[in-house]
Write a protein that binds this ligand. Structure first.
Ligand SMILES: Nc1nc2c(c(=O)[nH]1)N=C([C@H](O)[C@H](O)COP(=O)(O)OP(=O)(O)OP(=O)(O)O)CN2
Ligand SMILES: [Zn+2]
Length: 118
């Protein structure tokens, strides 16, 4: 089975060194959604794959590191693309949730998303 939980966050970023001086080379902001999927067999006693309360706790920590920040300054994130935000989240959640199967980061207002299948 697969359980899914998501958060939203708002953050600023810029993508320097773009070809043709694209507008996103300048600092601007987005609302992001970040969704994780965790696979596993439900425990026969608890009836859950993992406690969604634990997932909520881990996602709140992750959100704290991203929300209302300049993503270019977030340590360990690298160039703030959707791809690197997915990787950043996966690196922080993997050890705690070995069944982590997918991280999806989207910018709904732009119709853009990256899906990282682990
Ligand atoms: N492979 C990727 N390509 C691009 C990424 C990315 O994360 N991965 N990111 C960008 C820009 O950051 C992104 O497209 C946003 O650019 P922006 O100009 O801000 O987008 P919009 O104008 O469409 O969005 P608004 O919210 O309306 O400003 C580019 N490529
Ligand atoms: Zn952008």
């Amino acid at each position: 089975m697969r359980i899914v939980k998501s958060i939203t966050f708002d953050a600023a970023h810029y993508l320097a060194d773009c070809p043709d001086a694209r507008p996103y080379a300048r600092m601007h902001g987005h609302s992001f959604t970040l969704e994780v999927a965790i696979d596993g067999e439900p425990d026969p006693e608890t009836g859950w794959v993992v406690d969604l309360g634990d997932v909520a706790e881990a996602l709140a920590e992750l959100r704290d590191s991203l929300d209302h920040r300049l993503l270019n300054e977030v340590e360990g994130l690298g160039r703030p693309t959707l791809e690197n935000i997915c990787r950043y989240a996966a690196e922080r959640l993997r050890a705690r949730f070995p069944g982590l199967a997918r991280v999806r980061v989207a910018r709904p207002s732009c119709g853009e998303a990256c899906e990282y299948e682990l």
